[in-house]
Ligand binder design. Sequence first.
Ligand SMILES: Nc1ncnc2c1ncn2[C@@H]1O[C@H](COP(=O)(O)OP(=O)(O)OP(=O)(O)O)[C@@H](O)[C@H]1O
Length: 254
Amino acid sequence: MLIETKKLTKTFGGLVAVNEVDFTIEKGKINAIIGPNGAGKSTFFNLLSGSYSPTSGRIFYKGKDITKLPPNKIARLGVARTFQTTNLFEQSTVLDNVIVGHRLRTESNLLDAVLRTKRFKREEEKCRDKAMEVLDFVGLTHVRDQLAGSITQEEKKRVAFALALATDPEIVFLDEPTAGINPGETEGLADLMEKMVEQQITVCLIEHKMKMIMALADKIMVLNYGEKIAEGTAEEIMNNQAVIEAYLGGDASA
Ligand SMILES: Nc1ncnc2c1ncn2[C@@H]1O[C@H](COP(=O)(O)OP(=O)(O)OP(=O)(O)O)[C@@H](O)[C@H]1O
């Protein structure tokens, strides 16, 4: 088990957005979090990545309590995430976008950069090599010299994956990675997630596309009004009465 939450809770004023959620993320698997709109999925992600601090409860990463760690320290442990929308520098190339993203995590300080020290140059090269490697991994080598503003929506989604992968993560949190793209493209991104798991990278994603999740996820947690109402394999989730009721009238067939 890679990550474990114990009675994780987040309230906003009187609203309980995440309510005493116990969840485990299994290493080397595709873990999914689903649930109707407003169920608390994004809040849960923000708690795990340190963007929000919990009202109560605990988060463990490989057995270590990370509940109070700030986002940058959590990132350094090997946790990466993508956001629902990725803001790219549209006037820069795809490659430069990934290099800059990667640079944010390297060691050089401003003085190194101004003086262009050996260390800075060495790191610059390393960032470039890493960016090329991850762009190859996500299938974007052919557009790496194009401006980020000129690539397709699906390619932008892949850049978001590349930015996360450039940090050499052990686990990647993907927030609705296939929102706004067509079914064929969605399948391509599902393949990419499987490829990540083959490389021993654990995946945890939020998704609304049920068909895709049921085919892809090894393990699914369902949130409803902040509470975990079910956890299990796709088959277990599809036959769970509480889940069926939570989705009645919803967009479960999306
Ligand atoms: N920063 C915030 N301040 C106040 N309330 C918030 C905040 N963030 C989320 N909420 C509330 O917490 C609840 C859970 O929201 P959250 O965005 O986590 O749900 P979600 O499952 O990700 O929804 P969606 O599928 O629509 O993205 C909602 O009622 C939302 O309005």
